[in-house]
Design a protein. Structure first.
Length: 364
């Protein structure tokens, strides 16, 4: 569908953001096709064949030993004495992984690339290296494809509450990631709940959908449709994910979307295990259907970033194998997090367990 004879600005005035979200979601497939007619796109099919990837949470949070940074950690204190991204790639390759996803920017807003749009990045750190560049170069040398995680929350950006200003900032940064670092396999967005959910917290309440006055948003404040279109304009084959959070694995937050997320295996909330939605075909606006594969993600530590003392809380080789097999049994991918430590290398106990699991799974 293409809009003609009307400017985007005037269209928004006439219809409002909610109508835009509904109309643009209707771009998927045809209205009367059966489930058997709906197939993965070529980029989706190629991604599904990869099967197994490494999630890499790394940055100031690693140094501070926290999961969610406040955006105040001085960039000049960001230093990793033994930073060795080639070692990360070697661990992933030895584990039989085929792709990797790096946290280019987490909640704290610190960028692992020298973004032109903020001073809070590696360019003002003691590292003085473009970690995103090292990541794509070293992993591609090892034969793996690369993608980026990008958190929509930014605790360092002063105008975060100004949607117009902040959304432009996001699009500018996404443009950098998709134009300066070669082919990007996937963009893994996180944190949309802070402006989508009435509570501004991550837990999901299905009753919101039933109540028109709940305040639930469907990406309008993020200008999600515009962001999605920008990604595919810059890189048509890049797959877009939007984290549905641990309590609703496999749920489609809203369209458009290319891949769904299932964060944490057997996550328990309110005394119940949150079972993932493993169906791959979903109905969008006007009954039109779309194929959406699933990516499970979990971590080799209790949290996502490395933290001192977590070495005694690692999943066993058997658990890693179980996660992999459960994901592949439902035609889903597994993105397994192995956070580098405070020196800048993936701990050897992670490497040993991943390698042993690969051997048992015949991935080597």
């Amino acid at each position: 569908m293409r809009w003609r004879n009307i400017s985007r600005r005037n269209f928004l005035r006439l219809t409002g953001y909610a109508a835009v979200a509904t109309a643009l979601a209707a771009e998927y497939a045809t209205a009367e096709e059966s489930n058997t007619d709906v197939k993965p796109t070529k980029p989706q099919a190629a991604w599904m064949k990869l099967g197994y990837g490494m999630f890499i949470h790394f940055g100031p949070n690693t140094i501070r030993g926290v999961s969610y940074g406040d955006g105040r950690f001085p960039p000049e204190k960001v230093v990793f004495e033994k930073l060795d991204v080639a070692q990360w790639a070697g661990v992933a390759a030895e584990a039989g992984m085929k792709y990797a996803v790096l946290t280019s920017k987490h909640v704290d807003g610190f960028c692992l690339w020298p973004s032109k749009h903020t001073e809070y990045s590696v360019k003002n750190s003691s590292v003085k290296k473009d970690i995103a560049r090292l990541f794509v170069d070293e992993f591609r040398k090892a034969g793996l494809e690369t993608g980026f995680y990008y958190c929509l929350i930014d605790n360092n950006f002063r105008q975060f509450r100004d949607d117009q200003v902040y959304n432009e900032y996001v699009r500018n940064q996404v443009t950098e990631l998709l134009t300066d670092y070669g082919d990007v396999l996937e963009l893994w967005f996180d944190g949309a709940w802070v402006k989508d959910h009435p509570t501004r917290d991550w837990p999901w309440d299905p009753n919101w959908e039933k109540n028109p006055s709940s305040g639930l948003k469907h990406g309008e404040r993020w200008e999600w449709n515009e962001l999605y279109k920008l990604v595919h304009k810059l890189q048509p084959d890049c797959l877009v994910l939007n984290n549905s959070s641990s309590d609703s694995p496999g749920r489609v937050k809203y369209l458009p979307l290319d891949v769904r997320t299932a964060e944490r295996f057997d996550f328990v909330r309110n005394g119940k295990i949150c079972e993932p939605i493993t169906d791959q075909i979903f109905t969008g606006a006007n009954g039109r259907k779309v194929y959406l594969p699933l990516e499970y993600c979990d971590s080799l530590a209790p949290g996502w970033f490395w933290k001192k003392g977590d070495d005694a809380k690692q999943p066993s080789v058997a658990t890693i194998c179980d996660w992999y097999q459960r994901a592949r049994k439902t035609q889903a991918n597994l993105l397994l997090n192995a956070g580098p430590d405070i020196t800048g290398v993936i701990p050897d106990y992670n490497r040993q367990n991943l390698s042993a699991a690969a051997k048992q799974l015949n991935l080597k």
